[in-house]
Design a protein around this ligand. Structure first.
Ligand code: FDP
Length: 327
């Protein structure tokens, strides 16, 4: 079948200019999302050519989390800071790779705060497995000078969230209130086009995604969660949060990275992993919980704080939480 012009999917720019035009809630958001798309296109090229370009491997440093920094982590962080600054609409950025607040603009037009994990799943970079980038986007409070406190906002106040999967194709998913849209990159022309309109989690949960190798470290109730999920669902675990989340969003599933007695807050970061994906999943009809509360209700205390994360089909998230709470 030949695609006629009218069958061509909408580009990201066309989508944003029609869906968000005239809606004051999204004033300037198109520039922020376009910047993320531009950065993603640059990172996709680096990911594809990483080994050939000599950007696979570590910098020899550890980041603010005490984790080994990969060369691509640094390249992705620099790229996204640059494009977000160039958008002219971002006031400040919080980034997994950077300890403090990055202030990029303090004018009245700089109306957004972005929190990002520029390259998620970095231990998968040098084995050619899917990785991603994650973004939470908040409206800056009116008349507030930018400071560290500007970044410590609960996830429920996000105006939008986005993530990119660099997989067998490169997909950008963008969520605003009640709307989740997926765009695929055409590497030939650098354009993202709408390929997954109006994403909703399938009603049926098919898979669970968790690091089963951690089972022996878990407390009793959490072990019970794992054995319950094992009895009911297929295990799919890539080990890159974005890739596991994206699979579950399309196919139906639940991802969990719980705490354990030696790390009660688990591994994942609240501000630029759990909050953005929590926002996406709720707009798609799912749920995200720390086991104690809804992820989006957590009042952050620190930029790089961690949280346990249970995310995916709402009925299964609720079931897992009831097992954890019930002991
Ligand atoms: P990575 O350490 O490779 O950066 O955010 C951290 C993260 O990956 C997630 O993407 C992933 O879901 C998780 O850690 C994997 O952790 P385990 O290796 O402990 O399963």
């Amino acid at each position: 079948m030949t695609l006629t012009d009218s069958a061509q999917p909408k580009t990201l720019r066309t989508y944003m200019s029609t869906a968000w035009s005239g809606d004051g809630r999204y004033d300037g958001l198109d520039a922020v999302v376009a910047a993320i798309a531009e950065g993603a296109q640059q990172i996709q090229q680096k990911v594809q050519a990483a080994t050939l370009a000599g950007v696979v491997g570590t910098t020899g440093e550890t980041n603010v989390q005490g984790e080994i920094v990969q060369l691509l982590d640094t390249a992705a962080s620099d790229t996204f800071v640059d494009v977000l600054r160039s958008s002219g609409r971002v006031a400040a950025i919080g980034c997994e790779e950077i300890e403090g607040t990055v202030v990029v603009g303090d004018g009245p037009q700089h109306s957004y705060i972005v929190q990002m994990d520029p390259l998620d799943g970095s231990s998968n970079i040098d084995v050619a497995v899917s990785i991603g980038s994650i973004f939470g986007i908040w409206c800056r409070r009116a008349d507030e000078p930018v400071s560290d406190a500007s970044l410590l906002r609960p996830g429920k106040e996000q105006a939008a969230a986005a993530y990119v999967v660099y997989g067998s194709s490169t997909v950008l998913v963008v969520a605003v209130e009640d709307s989740v849209q997926g765009f695929t990159l055409d590497p030939m022309n650098g354009q993202f086009s709408l390929t997954h309109p109006d994403l909703r989690l399938p009603d049926k949960c098919s898979n669970y995604s968790a690091n089963e190798g951690n089972f022996k470290k878990l407390d009793g109730p959490t072990k019970k969660v794992f054995t319950t999920l094992r009895d009911t669902y297929s295990l799919r675990y890539v080990g890159s949060l974005v890739a596991d989340f994206h699979r579950n969003l399309l196919k139906g599933g639940i991802f969990l990275y719980p705490g354990d007695p030696s790390s009660p807050d688990g591994k994942l970061r609240l501000m630029y992993e759990a909050n953005p994906l929590g926002f996406v999943v709720e707009q798609a009809g799912g749920a995200a919980s720390s086991g104690e509360r809804r992820i989006l209700d957590i009042q952050p205390e620190r930029l790089h704080q961690r949280t346990p994360l249970i995310i995916g089909n709402k009925d299964v998230v609720d079931q897992v939480v009831s097992i954890i709470v019930g002991g």
